[in-house]
Design a protein. Structure first.
Length: 576
């Protein structure tokens, strides 16, 4: 892991929920969205919130994809292939690139393919839509790094052959601790790699964070401008502000340190060639001075604090978390980084959700390409709940642990659904007619939302100042929705499952085949929505509320609409 490496230097699954909830009673007014189907009625219905196990019957699951709107990569260093797969699975589809420890260097600077390389893992990642781009490392050994740069022509040939032989997607160059005297040689190595590898293969470079603009030492070995011109991106290692050997505890990556490093990089390289590296580890000190800045996985911190009755606070000045705990005589002794901790008091500087979000905000503020991390598997529990949303362009705090978060992230990234307030998605609110019209207009009539003219909607209850005026007008012009009367739209009325099925089937021109079988006892052949429910069910877009039942009159929630639209995205794309 990076902290270990650096220990020698300074540097319609509709209604699915993740837990059982009590029955609740909800009174709603609902109105069919096409003129001939108008029916206004009040229904009193009991909504049974089902556990995730039951929800498997409901709608095919939706996951975030490797085509997410923000780029994200992560290094793989500790563990074996089975661990790597588990680590990747935990990301919930938020990664585009994984960078495993497959390429080391021999003492003479030649390539050493590590024993960790695994073609089956590479193929598995490709099936998931991820690129596998191993990192090339000298592990802070200056002499090995210098030898590699001196023999760069041979090294390039060896790397090209290995990348081709193992079906890899490029190389991330991570040679550290050479100096400014090797600056041009370093750039030339990257340039020759770019020239030797096909255009579709990645060539990226891990560069030191340089908040002060140092030009000597290992910071001086990176010509940001030249490296950015000849590589796909620079991965800024914005961590180890405080490192192994520092006697005064401090942050691994304070916000000021990170932001200053970004500003330095932007002086030389375009924002879309810069990836911000985030630490998935912290550093800890023993107050008696016997341990100074050893590395610890962020995911281990809460466990230690809880086990020994410690505490965690937040340092606002650095935007970092700080934890302390005391091991007393007679307590069981934990092992951290292969080191058994002895009785005493420990201080840990690390990342938590708040500090990570602050760093992600910098990526957005400066328009960077995306995020990187060292190293996958060390992160704190729950990190991917919000990282999956972030990578898709969504920052909804109330969706971070929600069963539909991947679908919410996906439709938000497509621009089909927005939040109800800053950082709020309101996944458990019933979808209104105005929201439904807006979603369908954005997805199915994207040009119409800007072309819809004044008064096009012609609904007295949808004035030009209404937030969804243009979307409702566009949806009406496209024949997707209609009013509930000659001049009434009822924008705040709720939408039911059968109504949404009808709208989507009509808009997407989906019909059931003669062989389609109705699996729902509560969807009658003589019911007005029968053909629409049957059509979408045959497409695999929705199944039932529970085995054998569809619950057509139940309201559709915003989270459920997100899941449905995410599942129908391929059909929407074809229509476009």
């Amino acid at each position: 892991m990076r902290c270990a490496r650096r220990s020698w230097r300074r540097t319609d699954n509709i209604y699915a929920l993740s837990e059982r909830r009590p029955f609740c009673t909800m009174e709603i007014d609902y109105i069919l969205l096409r003129g001939k189907d108008i029916a206004i009625m009040t229904v009193r219905t009991r909504l049974r919130w089902m556990a995730a196990a039951t929800a498997a019957f409901l709608l095919w699951g939706a996951g975030a994809s490797a085509d997410a709107s923000r780029f994200q990569m992560s290094y793989l260093y500790t563990g074996k292939t089975s661990d790597y797969v588990r680590f990747v699975d935990r990301t919930d589809g938020a990664l585009q690139v994984v960078s495993p420890s497959y390429f080391d260097l021999n003492a003479d600077g030649s390539l050493q393919v590590t024993g960790k390389i695994d073609r089956a893992f590479v193929d598995d990642m490709h099936e998931r839509g991820l690129k596998v781009v191993p990192f090339l490392s000298n592990h802070w050994d200056r002499q090995v790094g210098l030898a590699a740069l001196a023999g760069r022509d041979a090294l390039v040939a060896q790397l090209v052959q290995a990348i081709e032989s193992y079906g890899l997607d490029g190389v991330n160059v991570d040679i550290e601790n050479v100096t400014e005297t090797s600056r041009d040689d370093y750039t030339d190595l990257v340039k020759k790699l770019r020239e030797a590898l096909p255009a579709g293969k990645e060539v990226s470079v891990a560069v030191s964070a340089n908040p002060q603009g140092w030009t000597k030492g290992w910071h001086g070995s990176y010509d940001y401008a030249a490296l950015a011109r000849t590589s796909d991106y620079l991965m800024i290692m914005a961590y180890d502000e405080t490192s192994i050997g520092d006697t005064t505890p401090g942050p691994v990556a304070s916000l000021a340190f990170v932001e200053q490093s970004i500003r330095y990089a932007l002086k030389a390289a375009p924002a879309d060639r810069l990836v911000l590296g985030l630490p998935f580890y912290g550093r800890f000190w023993k107050t008696d001075g016997t341990i100074n800045g050893d590395g610890i996985a962020n995911g281990d911190v809460d466990r230690l604090v809880a086990r020994y009755g410690g505490s965690t606070s937040y340092d606002a000045a650095s935007e970092s978390a700080v934890s302390t705990f005391t091991i007393r005589d007679g307590d069981p002794l934990p092992v951290v980084g292969y080191k058994t901790l002895t009785p005493g008091t420990y201080v840990i500087w690390h990342e938590d959700e708040r500090s990570m979000k602050k760093k992600l905000e910098l990526i957005d503020r400066y328009g960077l390409k995306g995020a990187g991390s060292w190293s996958l598997g060390q992160e704190q529990p729950g990190l991917w709940d919000f990282m999956t949303l972030w990578v898709n362009g969504a920052t909804f705090e109330d969706a971070e642990a929600h069963w539909a978060r991947n679908a919410i992230a996906s439709v938000a990234a497509r621009g089909w659904m927005n939040g109800t307030a800053p950082n709020r998605f309101a996944p458990e609110l019933a979808l209104t007619r105005a929201q439904a019209a807006a979603i369908l207009a954005r997805a199915l009539a994207p040009g119409g939302t800007s072309a819809a003219g004044s008064g096009a909607a012609a609904f007295a209850d949808v004035p030009a100042t209404h937030w969804a005026y243009r979307e409702i007008a566009a949806a009406k012009q496209a024949g997707i929705v209609d009013g509930v009367g000659a001049d009434t739209f009822a924008p705040d009325a709720a939408v039911t499952r059968e109504q949404m099925a009808a709208m989507l089937a009509r808009a997407l021109h989906v019909t059931a085949s003669p062989a389609a079988v109705n699996a729902f006892a509560d969807v009658r052949r003589d019911g007005w929505a029968y053909p629409y429910v049957l059509a979408l069910a045959e497409q695999g877009a929705l199944q039932g509320y529970e085995p054998g039942l569809f619950r057509p009159a139940y309201p559709i929630l915003r989270s459920q609409m997100a899941a449905l639209m995410d599942r129908l995205a391929p059909l929407v794309d074809k229509r476009a």
